[in-house]
Ligand binder design. Sequence first.
Ligand code: ADP
Ligand code: MG
Length: 723
Amino acid sequence: GNAVRLQAIKDVEAYVPPAVSFTAGETPGEVFGANVFSKAVMQKRLPKSVYRSVIATIDHAAPLDPLVADAVASAMKDWAMEKGATHYAHVFYPLTGLTAEKHDSFLEPAGDGSALAEFAGKTLTQGEPDASSFPSGGLRNTFEARGYTGWDVTSPAYVLESPNGNTLCIPTVFVSMNGDALDHKTPLLRSQQSMARHAERVLRLFGHATPDAVVSYCGAEQEYFLVDRHFFLGRPDLLNAGRTLFGAKPPKGQEFDDHYFGAIPERVLGYMLDTERELFKLGIPAKTRHNEVAPGQFEIAPMFERANVAADHQQLLMTTFKRIAQKHGMECLFHEKPFEGINGSGKHVNFSLGNATEGNLLLPGDTPHENAQFLVFCAAVIRAVHRYGGLLRASVASASNDHRLGANEAPPAIISIFLGDQLADVFDQVAKGGATSSKEKGTLMIGVDTLPVLPTDPGDRNRTSPFAFTGNRFEFRAPGSMQSVAGPMVTLNTIMAEALDHIATELETAVAAGTEFNAAVQKLLEEIITDHGAVVFNGDGYSEDWQVEAAARGLPDLRTTLDALPELISESAMELFSTYEVFSHREMHSRYEIGLEHYALSVGVEARLTLEIGTTSVLPAAVRHQTEVAQNLAALKAAGVDPDLSVLAEVSVPLAELRTALSALRTALAGDAGTSALEEARHAQDALLPAMAAVRAAADALEGVVADDLWPLPTYQEMLFVL
Ligand code: ADP
Ligand code: MG
């Protein structure tokens, strides 16, 4: 009640944050990777042949030699125990979006009453957690609860420190007993493999006879909010749903734009230092930090890494941020829209691909020959995003991200590509036959060999585009802050595999038929930009004109999760994912089902919370206020003063609306939601969401009327501006 809220304000004022951080004499360089079973550690501790074999798998995608497991396990265990680890855990990424761990002790009874520290190769490579509590979307029969975890050599093991003991953590895939993927990592590894195969075919055509293994890179910019824990605990909605279901707009919001790149409050700076130190120990290259647009909002962007490692690190980053925030008396919110009327949080996924010898394949480069190669990879992105924009949209679909996409703060739900003036111009010229004049240098250029050299850093920036070229990478801006980056990366890898396969096949065929290579490239680029150029849009993605134009161009506008999810089971998607051996049809259906279930579940929780908070907190506060006003009016009347009855109406009108809305919500919750996942999700969208909105509208109106000392919930002002 209100007492809790007022006490929270006092407690926040009295709070003294813990001291941080890098201890005297300790440098970030010493800390970095200290708890990682890195290549350097392996080189020191593994027999040479074992080390070489492991590196061949990590760096050159060679199949894992099962014979190395025992040696690696033994070295890993010794190293981890020196770091104080008593347990090990297979860490996996189920489709809840969270991180799961199965802990076991190194100690095994020796039969004579003593115990030995054991860690065999087979324990490293395979685990068998109970899978029954994780979503499977129908892949697992209820009587078959088993799931398997399998060691992912390409993502390094690490020791996680905790006051309750240290644990050796081993990143793993998580599959059913038939080998169906139950997690985010399995498809990421499969898609990486397919993309690499076809990227290497393209590289061979460009004269790299034995190209190094191509990998996709991901750099994720993570936005988040920090809220004092006293306030957080006073908000059952934040606690249980991760977002506020009530709360009037504060008198001062983000209108002044004074938070972006503003000074970071001392307390937050201390928190950032502390998290950075923890991330460094885990080998996570945390780099930039600044305030975001909204008050209380911040961002961290670790340096990009191989997508699979970046995805694991991203998950680890989120759990670390949550944990350290609590230590600093704060709560870290990853929800896409914790506060209505205030910018939400995204997780921009910066995407590129490359290998050890060629470097970044999306770098424009400075010789015409390399430019042709660059343009081909760029064209692959254009084809991929045009053909499968709906799938990209589906890869970021969730109930929480729906609050963000298309809200004129995040990119619209229409997936288009921003190329920037320079690159757009080059592709325009390509489309016109390749005879081009370079605007900048004013010289006439003909053919692919002589396409203009692009500057690495185009001057213009477009923040309204969901998919933007930013000089040496594409930035996918639609992913939500709470999501795993694995989903979008799986989609990107797979649609790139298809585009690169198409390109390689076309060029191989043309060359075999005797066409000169450069001419074949020019023809291919021309075809791609002609067939798929409709996805390129360099204008304002927030404008209404764009919605009209996008429709005319045939680009899908999948506004909500329920509009987007069916993309997963479209014929073209099923064919795509099975052709490139990323998902079987069964697995696609399961992802679709899980998406629907998750949607219905989260909206359901929010609806029940809205009903509860509205009924037990907001309504009583408003009634008390109404009683006080009524008593005041009666007293005035008794004293012979003619009372102003509008004061009573001010509270009574929204109060009556609240009662009506609560009863409608109760009815909607009790109503028939159907039985299939689709029906339940539809019910959530069509019946629950509007009913919740009506409750909120009445409650927020009351917040502006009811006496402050009676108001039960910490306000937006308190949560956003007090840190
Ligand atoms: P901005 O806010 O301007 O978009 P940031 O510096 O905040 O950029 O974040 C950029 C992100 O992109 C970082 O994670 C960075 O490591 C990543 N990045 C940079 N180059 C590449 C690349 N070639 N491939 C993938 N990610 C990259
Ligand atoms: Mg960005």
